[in-house]
Every structure is written in structure tokens, then in C-alpha cells.
Design a protein. Structure first.
Length: 387
């Protein structure tokens, strides 16, 4: 679209998470009039670490915000996958993207704070929970529970796995339980019993459990994450210390000691969900992105990265296409094949034997377990960790 046409666009972004904030940055740099509507009354991210891939950091450099992200993160040269007791399975560098060669490890809270911090004051409107969206073709009307009504030429649905935009316009299928729990906590590196020796991500894989150690050395901390098979699909289940310790039985004694020393009040406990692929992501004036479009399991660490890539691809499509409608079609054609594959692969994190141990005679809703050992499953995961 011509620059003058983009500058006349009124864009409403629903959701101020990673994808929504990144989309606001990318689209506003094109000159569009962008406002972000977020249901929370204050922004707060659960404490855990994520890795921002070289391609993602290249986007940040393109948008002029690389330094804002880099100063609150730790650059990692490689990732490593080990058995439960620490024997190496594989070790590899991150995939290069142009001049970017490292993945940056960052605390979720620092990440969202940095993203929101590079947006103009007033662009993000808190306390706006979407109630309804009416798509009138060339424009859409948003109604919020606080009584406010907004019209926009383009609505970007970045409202997460429980997306109201997706439910009302694209798919009424809800989130799908993976048969897993995730236990996440950030601890001092001094409490990691010598397991944090550099800035590189390590995953230990044992029967029915994966343990991720993601250093945040700029904070002198480490993100300690356990993913374990569990049949309880309660969104925020209650888990005791003894139950958590059972998930790491047989692991390196230092991992067991970390788990034993945790204050359970500081551990974020969630059942793990994704969504089935959504067939269509857009109308003429509404588009889904991020978790609203393709929420995936976290085994490849691609959720946040995919949302940032969506934001960049959406801005690229608007700049290249002749109309909003053409841009949204181009965006979906560019991104959906990639995220469909990531969604598919992320559901293959466990061997059939492991799944049967926890779900005898059945399978959790989103699992299509391959016939492979945990070690070969880990290598399969590693293939897409590099993606």
C-alpha cells in the first residue's frame, strides 16, 4: 500500500502481549494510527525465561529496538539436550539469520516491559476487555465491557489462546489439553547447585519429564522449568512439593536438590494447552496473529518468536500489497504454513510408552505420540528448536 494510504489506516490491536506490542511497533512505524486495547488493568508477566531467536532479534534491529531488548537479556551461543542424569544427547549452535548468530535469553517480565517501553505513551489502553466484534466488511466495530465502542479499518486479534476475536469470527473450538503440566520458577543462580556455568540453554529429558535450565545471568538468575505428563486438565492445578519431586525422580541430584528447595508459592503451575490449526485467519478487515491464530505447545520454544515473526510479516504484507484485504491474504499465505508445521511438531514431544504410562488405554487430546524413545524424541525436538 502507498505510504499515504497506510497513514490513513486506523488499526486496533486487541491484546498487549508479545505479539500485540510487536505488531503495534511494526505497524506504527509504517505510519498507521495504531491503538492497543488490553483487558488487564496493569501489565504483569509470570516470571519465567524464554529465548529470542536470531530471526527475532533481526526484527528488533530492523525496528530500532535491538538495544532495548539486548540490555535486559543474555546472549546464548548454543543449546544442549542431555539425559536425565546429564549424559549428552546433542549440542548445537542456534541457526544464524543474517548477521544475527545468537539467541537472547530473557525474563518474560523484562521482555514485555521492554516491548511496551518502546511504544509511544498512550498507544496502549489498559482495562479494555473485548466483549463483541462486528465485522462490517471494510471496517469493524469493537465493543468493550467498560462500555467503550471503537471502529477500525483493521483489527489485529492478538488476544491469546482464549481469543475472543477467534471465537466470535473464526472458530468456536476451544483450547486443547496436551496431557502435560508446566512448573515454572525463577531462582537465584547461586541456588542452582553449580548447574549454571554459562549463558546456554540446557534441557534434561527423562521418562515423562523434561527439565529446562535457562540462564538469566544478567539477573544472576536461572529459569527452572519442568514439563511433566499429567492427566489433570485443570487450567491452574494445585500440586504439592512431593508431587513435583516425583516428576524429577532419577534426574541429576542437583536438579532434584533445586526442586526440593523450591518455595511452592513462587512456582507458576499450569496445565499445558494449545489449539488446533485455524483454517482461516482473516476477513477483509480482521486478522488473527500469535497465540490467537496458532497457539502451540512450548517444546520448541517458538510461541513468542512466532508472534514476533507474525508482527513483522503483517507489516511487510501491508507495505507490499495494494489493499488491506490483499495484505491479510499475503500475511496468512506467508505465515500459516510455518506455524501449522510448528503446531504439528510440538505435539510430538513424548513416546507412546510414556503417554500410555500416564493415560492407560487413551491419549490426551492433543497428543499424536510417535513410536520413538525419549532420546530420539529429544533429537526430533532439537530439529525444530533450531527453527
Amino acid at each position: 500500500m502507498k505510504s499515504s494510504e497506510i497513514k490513513n489506516l486506523k488499526i486496533a490491536v486487541v491484546g498487549a502481549g508479545y505479539g500485540g506490542a510487536a505488531a503495534a511497533k511494526a505497524l506504527s512505524q509504517l505510519g498507521a494510527d495504531v491503538t492497543v486495547y488490553e483487558q488487564a488493568t496493569q501489565m504483569r508477566e509470570v516470571g519465567a525465561g524464554i529465548g529470542l531467536r536470531p530471526a527475532t532479534m533481526a526484527r528488533f534491529r530492523q525496528w530500532g529496538i535491538f538495544d532495548a531488548i539486548a540490555k535486559v537479556s543474555s546472549p546464548s551461543d548454543y543449546f544442549e539436550i542431555l539425559t536425565a542424569t546429564g549424559e549428552p544427547i546433542m549440542k548445537d549452535t542456534w541457526p544464524e539469520f543474517g548477521d544475527e548468530k545468537r539467541t537472547y535469553l530473557i525474563h518474560r517480565g523484562d521482555f514485555i516491559e521492554a516491548l511496551l517501553g518502546v511504544l509511544p505513551e498512550g498507544m496502549v489502553q489498559l482495562g479494555h476487555k473485548l466483549e463483541t466484534i462486528a465485522d462490517d466488511g471494510g471496517r469493524s466495530v469493537l465493543t468493550f465491557t467498560n462500555g467503550k465502542t471503537v471502529e477500525a479499518d483493521l483489527v489485529v486479534g492478538a488476544d491469546g489462546i482464549k481469543s475472543v476475536v477467534r471465537e466470535q469470527l473464526f472458530s468456536d473450538k476451544g483450547p486443547v489439553f496436551s496431557g502435560e503440566h508446566a512448573y515454572r520458577v525463577v531462582i537465584s543462580a547461586d541456588d542452582a547447585h553449580g548447574l549454571v556455568v554459562d549463558d546456554n540453554l540446557r534441557m534434561y529429558i527423562g521418562k515423562g519429564t523434561k527439565v529446562y535450565l535457562l540462564p538469566l545471568r544478567h539477573r544472576n538468575q536461572v529459569s527452572f522449568d519442568i514439563t511433566a505428563l499429567n492427566p489433570d486438565g485443570t487450567w491452574a492445578p494445585t500440586v504439592s512439593k512431593d508431587e513435583l519431586l516425583k516428576t524429577v525422580e532419577g534426574f541429576d541430584e542437583r536438579i532434584v536438590r533445586i526442586a526440593r528447595g523450591l518455595d511452592m508459592d513462587t512456582v507458576n503451575i499450569r496445565a499445558v494447552y494449545d489449539i488446533d490449526p485455524v483454517h482461516i485467519w482473516h476477513t477483509d478487515s480482521v486478522v488473527l496473529m500469535g497465540d490467537a491464530a496458532h497457539s502451540m505447545l512450548h517444546h520448541q520454544g517458538q510461541g513468542a518468536n512466532s508472534a514476533i515473526e507474525d508482527a513483522g510479516a503483517l507489516a511487510d504484507a501491508l507495505a507490499r500489497a495494494g489493499t488491506v484485504q490483499e495484505a491479510l491474504a499475503l500475511f496468512q499465505a506467508t505465515r500459516k504454513p510455518v506455524t501449522d508445521e510448528l503446531q504439528r511438531i510440538s505435539r510430538q514431544g513424548w513416546s507412546e510408552e510414556e503417554v500410555n504410562d500416564v493415560f492407560p488405554g487413551q491419549k490426551p487430546s492433543s497428543q499424536s505420540p510417535p513410536s520413538q524413545t525419549p532420546a530420539t524424541a529429544a533429537v526430533a525436538v532439537a530439529d525444530t528448536v533450531k527453527a
